[in-house]
Design a protein around this ligand. Structure first.
Ligand code: HEC
Length: 132
């Protein structure tokens, strides 16, 4: 009996670790894109969006009366979004970073368009929380 306890504890410990990694994998709001886009890039894009665009734009899929408008209401290709992003009054940033933002914004726009209630609900990606 006593000899087994160490093993059981180790197994219980492993189970906890497995569970935790499962939970953190599932809690990502961008998981539906995991197969087509690198999650890390989207997370980075979201962070950069909040910093570079969030002062003037939201990304919720409904009208928030943000100065520059809600980008979630748009349906742009990455090329179109990039051409706008380039002319926005933002601090100079590498085109890699800009592309990360663009990828993130376009993927959220695509999600908003797929939602049956598009335009009516707050997107889980809403950038407003991140900026204020
Ligand atoms: C200092 C404020 C400001 C910042 C920062 C800013 N924008 Fe804008 N943006 C605007 C304004 C103002 C408009 C024009 C809105 C209009 O005409 O309705 C605009 C327009 C746009 C449009 C076209 C919207 C449309 O309805 O056609 C896109 C796309 C866009 N911005 C993307 C971005 C992205 C991406 C970033 C971050 C990299 C960004 N903007 C940063 C103010 C800003």
């Amino acid at each position: 009996m006593g000899r087994c306890r160490g093993g059981q504890l180790a197994i219980a410990g492993l189970a906890v670790v497995a569970l935790l990694s499962l939970i953190s994998a599932c809690s990502s709001s961008v998981r539906t894109h995991a197969t087509t886009l690198a999650v890390a890039q989207l997370v980075e894009g979201r962070r950069l969006f909040a910093g570079a665009c969030g002062a003037c734009h939201t990304l919720t899929g409904h009208d928030t009366h943000a100065n520059g408008g809600d980008l979630g209401l748009l349906q742009m290709t990455q090329a179109q979004m990039l051409s706008f992003a380039r002319i926005m009054p933002i601090p100079k940033m590498s085109s890699d970073k800009l592309r990360n933002i663009v990828r993130y914004v376009v993927s959220v726009e695509a999600d908003d368009a797929k939602r049956p209630s598009a335009g009516a609900t707050t997107s889980p990606y809403g950038a407003r929380k991140a900026t204020r």
